[in-house]
Design a protein. Structure first.
Length: 258
C-alpha cells in the first residue's frame, strides 16, 4: 500500500518520539514510576494507530500530540517532581533560577498539566467534530469538557495507584506536600484548554463566513417535546423518541382506526 505524504509525516513524528523514548529509557530516576507513566503514553499512541486508518488527524493535531508526548516522556524519565529545569536554566544563562514565594517546589508537573489542555484540546476537538458531528458552541465546549473530565480521571488514577499499588510511594503522585495539588492540576488543564478553544474560536470567527449563524443555531432547541416519560411513550409506540413527521403520524392513526 502506498504511503501518502500525510501518513509519512505522522510516521516521522512517531519515529522521532520512539527515538526520544529510547534515549530516555536509560538511567531513569524511578523505574516503576517510569513504567506506569510510559504505559499511559503507549496506550495513547496505540489508540492513534488503531484509529488512524479511518480517523487520520491533521498535521496540526499530530504535531501538538507529538510535542506533548515528548514533554511527557521527559517528565517520566526524571519523574515530574524532579525534572532539573533549574540546573538547565543556570547552565544556559549562568544565573540561578528563582521561583518566588513557593521556594523550591518543582513546577514541571504544573507545566505539563497546563500543556495537556493547551496542546491536546484541539486534537480532541477535531475528533469530536468529525465523529459526533457537533457544530457551533458544542464544538468548543465539548473539547473543554473532555479535557476537564480526563484530567480528573487521571488524578483519580494517580491517587489509586499511589495508595493501592505503590503502597504510599508518592513519586508517581508528585504532590510535593501540597494537599491541593490535584485541584491545581485540573485547573491548569482547564485554563490551557480554554486558551486553546478561545484561539480556535477567534480564528474561525475571522475566516468562517457563517460562524455567528452556526453558533446561534447550535444553541437552539432541536426537539421541543420533553424526554423522560414522554420519550418512553414514543419509544413504545413508534420505536423512536424523535418527533415523527406528519405523513407517518397520519398513517399511524389510520392503521390504529382500522
Amino acid at each position: 500500500m502506498k504511503v501518502t505524504a500525510h501518513q509519512r509525516y505522522a510516521l516521522v513524528l512517531f519515529a522521532l518520539w520512539l527515538l526520544w523514548e529510547f534515549v530516555l529509557a536509560f538511567d531513569v530516576y524511578h523505574r516503576q514510576t517510569w513504567a506506569v507513566e510510559n504505559g499511559l503514553a503507549v496506550l495513547g499512541i496505540g489508540l492513534l494507530f488503531v484509529t488512524g486508518r479511518y480517523l487520520p488527524l491533521s498535521r496540526i493535531s499530530y504535531t501538538l500530540i507529538f510535542v506533548y508526548a515528548c514533554l511527557h516522556t521527559l517528565g517520566a524519565h526524571f519523574t515530574y517532581s524532579e525534572v532539573p529545569y533549574r540546573e538547565w536554566w543556570s547552565a544556559i544563562n549562568g544565573h540561578e533560577f528563582t521561583q518566588g514565594d513557593e521556594g523550591q517546589r518543582n513546577h514541571y508537573d504544573r507545566l505539563i498539566h497546563f500543556l495537556y489542555g493547551l496542546l491536546l484540546a484541539y486534537p480532541i476537538r477535531e475528533c469530536v467534530l468529525r465523529v459526533a458531528n457537533v457544530r457551533g458552541f458544542w464544538g468548543y465546549f465539548l473539547p473543554l469538557d473532555v479535557t476537564m473530565s480526563t484530567s480528573m480521571l487521571y488524578e483519580l488514577i494517580e491517587w489509586i495507584y499511589a495508595e493501592v499499588v505503590a503502597q504510599g510511594d508518592h513519586h508517581y503522585l508528585g504532590t510535593q506536600g501540597d494537599e491541593w495539588d490535584a485541584h491545581k492540576d485540573m485547573l491548569l488543564a482547564t485554563i490551557g484548554a480554554l486558551i486553546a478553544m478561545s484561539v480556535t474560536a477567534v480564528v474561525n470567527a475571522v475566516y468562517q463566513r457563517d460562524f455567528a449563524r452556526e453558533f446561534r443555531d447550535s444553541l437552539r432547541v432541536k426537539h421541543a417535546d420533553p424526554l423522560g416519560e414522554f420519550a418512553l411513550r414514543k419509544l413504545k409506540e413508534h420505536g423512536t423518541w424523535e418527533d415523527t413527521d406528519a405523513p407517518n403520524a397520519e398513517k399511524s392513526e389510520e392503521q390504529v382506526e382500522s
